[in-house]
Design a protein around this ligand. Structure first.
Ligand SMILES: C[S@@+](CC[C@H](N)C(=O)[O-])C[C@H]1O[C@@H](n2cnc3c(N)ncnc32)[C@H](O)[C@@H]1O
Length: 229
């Protein structure tokens, strides 16, 4: 099960170093024609990183005055990430949860980030639909809150060995990291497909794309930033 494989993955690496994703550093610290988070006034705001893993991306934002919260699949990962972030002097509150069930009250969050995690739909027999993730992201977010997420495009290496279960949903068959086999993932065709899921609950959509052939691995992603209505 993905809970077990990710728990093993993070616990085995707990003593190792972490580095934030380059794009997350750029989102939080850069200024671009269509995005400048400094305008949003980050200090004192509550940030929830859904599926934050070992907390690597908190390193990109810890000194911006944000209150940092993260979720992960198991209590063991949450404890491991808390210990790891403490080693870096970061105070992060970790809670067990998944995209479709977040351990937060309504209207609690100012910025919800789901970096390489919002499209994880669970096991094959799990009947949850992506719209349930959107409802849950919106429930915990204040009106005017930001959502920041990265989504693999259909030609991303993640979907290379996968089977279509239903339109937009793929079963991972041969994950190169051996962690995510038999997991269902939402596969968005393009930006319009994403807007289709989020419109009605979110507005002011902004996008970036990252397309890299990284030594033979297709690292192709859409990054979406939007505002909760
Ligand atoms: C590719 S990792 C990304 C981790 C981290 N956000 C990063 O950028 O390194 C995907 C993460 O999503 C978590 N995850 C898996 N299924 C999830 C779900 N249904 N809801 C929320 N998080 C999930 C995993 O435990 C894992 O840490």
């Amino acid at each position: 099960m993905i809970q077990d494989s990710y728990t093993r993955f993070y616990l085995e690496r707990e003593k190792g170093s972490v580095f934030p994703n380059e794009a997350v550093v750029r989102i939080f610290r850069g200024r671009y024609p269509n995005l400048n988070l400094r305008d949003y006034g980050l200090s004192g705001k509550t940030l929830l990183d859904v599926g934050c893993g070992d907390g690597m991306n908190f390193l990109a934002m810890h000194d911006l005055g944000l209150k940092l919260f993260g979720t992960e699949l198991t209590e063991e990962i949450c404890l491991s990430t808390t210990r790891k972030m403490a080693r870096y002097g970061l105070n992060v509150t970790m809670r067990k949860g998944v995209c479709g069930q977040l351990p937060f009250d309504d209207d609690e969050v100012d910025i919800l980030m789901s970096w390489n995690s919002s499209y994880y739909m669970g096991e094959k027999n799990n009947s949850i639909e992506y719209s349930a993730h959107v409802v849950e992201f919106a429930r915990v977010s204040k009106s005017g809150a930001l959502i920041i997420m990265s989504i693999p495009t259909p030609d991303n290496f993640i979907f290379k060995a996968s089977a279509e279960l239903a339109p937009g949903y793929r079963l991972i068959l041969d994950d190169p990291y051996g962690i995510r086999n038999d997991t269902v993932m939402r596969c968005f065709v393009d930006k319009d497909d994403l807007i289709g899921e989020f419109a009605g609950t979110y507005r002011d959509f902004r996008f970036a794309t990252m397309n890299n052939d990284f030594f033979g691995q297709a690292n192709n992603w859409i990054i979406m930033v939007a505002v909760k209505i």
